[in-house]
Design a protein. Sequence first.
Length: 116
Amino acid sequence: QVQLVESGGDLVQAGGSLRLSCAASGSIFSINAMGWYRQPPGKQRELVATITSGGSTMYADSVKGRFTISRDNAKNTVYLQMNSLKPEDTAVYYCNAQYSVNRSAWGQGTQVTVSS
């Protein structure tokens, strides 16, 4: 199994930056891809960005050019650098790992609040 722990959420003013971290443990060798999702208040969870084991990345249109997903294999950690934050980026951000065959793990979530 894979366990994920997120950190880095905070209250920030519009236009500011934050970096979220997601530390993976357990069967990390079986991870195929990792990603960040978010759930705004009263809305459904949505995809933000993903990164595969080969390093390919994908972003939601709403964050392209502002957010960057990256990973540090030595630390088994994936990051989400968020710049030019907007109030509509306010959400609980969740880390996800796709591993083994059709298995998925989620972190507990970290709150990001962007004030206008």
